[in-house]
Design a protein around this ligand. Structure first.
Ligand code: PGA
Ligand code: ZN
Length: 424
């Protein structure tokens, strides 16, 4: 195998116009590939550190320090290595950084290298990236992964930190659970999306979109949002709860004041157990099959109540709660919090650690959902990760805005080129 001969990172921009890193890795024979790093807005407090310059340029958001770390320091650790050795490369970067949260060189710097190494290895091996990810999974865990197409959660209505409106729940998502293949998944999702737009227009609501491409109308309440989505599913000729289900991402840390959950739209202040009642009531009245971050990341008692009550019938996803971190997941599982985990590369900062967390989740019957960030680029690595590891679920925004649709379009090509890969 050709060895890595150079690494070059530059500053590019994400879907919010905020600086991020694009990193290119080149092999001795000139083969090269690049990848870009995403960025969150409603971040968990225990995420690995996204290193930013914090000076006057780009409102403090430029990433030249992280880029210099790649080009001037970290590159020396990676040049001369075989790009197939993902684990060895990631571990050398992690141990050189030697901090719990990758704050010395930046998780964004380390992840940029980690991702682009995987891309160049797949290219050099002349295999699709998802196939390469299966090999890396096997290398790291000694277990095999079976390819499958993931079922998406499409975030079609936005509130919380992702939109300037009155809705407290951050994401209202549709899951085309009854579709026969990925092509049908996309047809249903886009038709529902466009019907929702028509319904909003008819009711004189705004159809401008939030960070992840979902509509961000100024609705009265979470319940009104759910009702409009159910109407849009029916308008498409599909059956809510059969063909299409609903998932929520409450991102509850954003409206928890340390004691109570403050619902602006509903004009209510709820204790943990009252907020569980509120969510329970929503699941009884709408076809909700998955709730992410239903409780604040530090509300351990609340999480226990939620898991105990809703866990048997509903997927309860820890995002800010677990931050893709195996140690934190392990602790959460021992405390019986949630029953599944959201997976975001940049919360932990390398492919190897991400795969170790997914493997640990698999071993403990926790479902994984591969996820984008609210700040994204045209990079589609997560689509291949979902297929290669046979994860079964992906969440990457509305079927709108190219930073979101790029991932869905990549999945359509995977389905086209390999019709033996079926929906999980
Ligand atoms: P974030 O949002 O990327 O802003 O954290 C996505 C999510 O909460 O799932
Ligand atoms: Zn979330």
């Amino acid at each position: 195998m050709q060895k890595i001969s150079s690494i070059n990172a530059i500053q590019v921009f994400d879907s919010r116009g905020v600086p991020t890193i694009s990193c290119k890795v080149t092999l001795e024979d000139g083969t090269s590939a690049s990848a870009m790093v995403p960025s969150g807005a409603s971040t968990g407090s225990k995420e690995a550190l996204e290193l930013r310059d914090n000076d006057i340029s780009y409102h403090g958001k430029s990433v030249t320090k992280a880029i210099n770390n790649i080009n001037n320091t970290l590159s020396a650790l990676v040049i001369g290595k075989d790009p197939n050795n993902q684990k060895e490369i990631d571990e050398s970067l992690i141990s050189f950084d030697n901090t719990e949260d990758k704050s010395k060189f930046g998780a964004n710097a380390i992840l940029a290298i980690s991702l682009s190494v995987a891309h160049v290895a797949a290219k050099a091996n002349k295999i699709p990236l998802y196939e390469h990810f299966s090999r890396v999974y096997k290398d790291i865990t000694s277990d095999s992964a079976t390819h499958s197409m993931p079922l998406p959660m499409f975030n079609i209505l936005n509130g919380g930190e992702h939109a300037d409106n009155n809705i407290d729940i951050q994401e209202f998502m549709i899951i085309p659970s009854g579709a026969k293949n990925f092509t049908e998944v996309m047809r249903w999702a886009t038709e529902i999306y466009h019907n929702l737009k028509k319904i909003l227009q008819k009711n004189n609501h705004s159809t401008s979109v939030g960070d992840e491409g979902g509509f961000a109308p100024n609705l009265e309440s979470n319940k009104e949002a759910l009702k409009l989505i159910v109407d849009a599913i029916k308008e498409t000729g599909l059956v809510p709860g059969e063909d299409v289900n609903i998932a929520l991402d409450c991102a509850a840390s954003e409206f928890f004041n340390g004691k109570e959950y403050i619902l602006k739209g509903e004009n209510e202040k709820l204790t943990s157990s009252a907020f569980v009642d509120y969510l329970d009531d929503l699941t009884k009245n709408y076809p909700i099959v998955s709730i992410e971050d239903g409780m604040d990341e530090n509300d351990i008692e609340g999480w226990k109540i939620l898991t105990d009550r809703l866990g048997p019938n509903c997927q309860l996803v820890g995002d800010d709660l677990f931050v893709t971190n195996k140690k934190i997941l392990k602790d959460g599982i021992s405390k019986e919090m949630a029953n599944s985990i959201l997976i975001k590369f940049n919360q932990v900062g390398s492919i190897t650690e991400t795969i170790e967390t997914i493997h640990y989740a698999n071993q403990n019957n926790f479902k994984s959902i591969i996820s984008h960030r609210s700040g994204e680029t045209e990079d589609t690595t997560i689509a291949d990760l979902a297929v290669g590891l046979g994860i079964g679920q992906i969440k990457t925004g509305a079927p709108c805005r190219s930073d979101r649709v790029a991932k869905y379009n990549r999945l359509l090509w995977i389905e086209e080129e390999s019709n033996s890969i079926l929906l999980k």
